[in-house]
Design a protein around this ligand. Structure first.
Ligand code: ATP
Ligand code: MG
Length: 285
């Protein structure tokens, strides 16, 4: 039987989370995780461990069928591949930064300036869209030291917390791209492999939905039941069970993580008590 070949980063910021995603999808990897290749014992998947920069190329050439990689690399490399799905981890942003003592009054700052980056393609597109003529210096790493050593007037780089910028006397002035890990696919998948990919995507979506949701249980006074139910959209509508104590009901529902605190506040204001919030492992809609 055919196996789908998935390329993931061998060592780096994407590795652990990529493996964790597979594990959450119930995919067991038998022969270790630090070799060049591994196979799953319970899913038609073969895993290739590679440098992240090489993954788009391998997927384009069909050496791997699919891959997990930062959106930043996908946009930088412009290979002929399909972007299948955002995965919701390894979030970071690509931003422009300049020495903190400089006054910044808009993107015009960069006119005729030099900017050092490892992402020249994304940056030149951005400057073009904004009609800025700037000189882009491509360097491989340690971009943040470029202004300090006189190589450039500013930098364009990955930022997650901003502490590297701070240590190097820089300030972030424009966010150009919000990035996260994505699943990419070859444009020439066989029908058989497409079917395996669909099965994998079904599982990934169930894991993703679950991680973005919480299961909530609470006790509500019956006179406010209607109002409380309206605060809880749930998957269909919430489950309402009578409590032994008359005048009270127990409500069960699912809420989105990003709405979580707001919903809890409102529930309390309507008299909800004994609110329990639980993790959801998988969620099939
Ligand atoms: P490799 O040795 O595989 O080439 P690398 O050093 O190029 O690794 P990593 O630093 O492991 O790559 O980053 C991989 C991806 O993780 C980045 O392309 C980016 O999408 C994402 N990422 C998330 N947060 C950060 C961060 N704070 N710094 C760098 N990359 C980040
Ligand atoms: Mg790399």
């Amino acid at each position: 039987m055919s196996k789908l070949k998935l390329a993931i980063q061998k060592n780096g910021r994407l590795s652990e989370k990529s493996l964790k995603l597979l594990e959450e999808c119930g995919i067991k990897i038998s022969n270790g995780t630090r070799k060049l290749k591994a196979v799953s014992s319970n899913f038609p998947l073969e895993i290739l461990f590679l440098r992240d920069d090489d993954i788009p190329q391998y997927v384009e050439q069909g050496v791997a069928d699919i891959g997990i990689i930062g959106l930043n690399e996908v946009l930088e490399q412009k290979k002929n591949i399909d972007l299948v799905q955002k995965l919701g981890f390894a979030q970071c942003r690509l931003s422009l930064a300049i020495p903190k003592e400089e006054t910044y009054n808009g993107i015009q700052f960069f006119e005729n300036k030099k900017v050092a980056t490892s992402y020249p393609e994304i940056l030149s597109n951005y400057f073009q869209e904004n009609n800025i003529n700037a000189q882009i210096e491509k360097i491989g790493g340690s971009v943040e030291i470029a202004p300090g050593i006189g190589l450039s007037d500013g930098i364009f780089d990955i930022i997650s917390t901003g502490s590297t910028l701070l240590t190097n006397g820089l300030k972030e002035v424009e966010t150009v791209l919000e990035s996260e890990a994505v699943l990419i696919s070859s444009q020439n998948l066989s029908d058989e492999n497409q079917e395996i990919l669909n099965k994998l995507l079904f599982r990934i979506n169930a894991v993703k939905e679950a991680s973005e949701s919480k299961y909530i249980l609470l006790n509500a006074p019956n006179e406010n039941l209607e109002k409380i139910i309206n605060l809880l959209p749930g998957m269909k509508s919430p489950t309402v069970l009578p409590l032994a104590e008359s005048g009270w009901s127990s409500i069960h529902s699912v809420i989105k993580e990003d709405k979580f605190w707001e919903v809890i506040e409102n529930l309390k204001n309507e008299g909800a008590q004994g609110i329990l919030v639980l993790e959801i492992e998988k969620m099939i809609l």
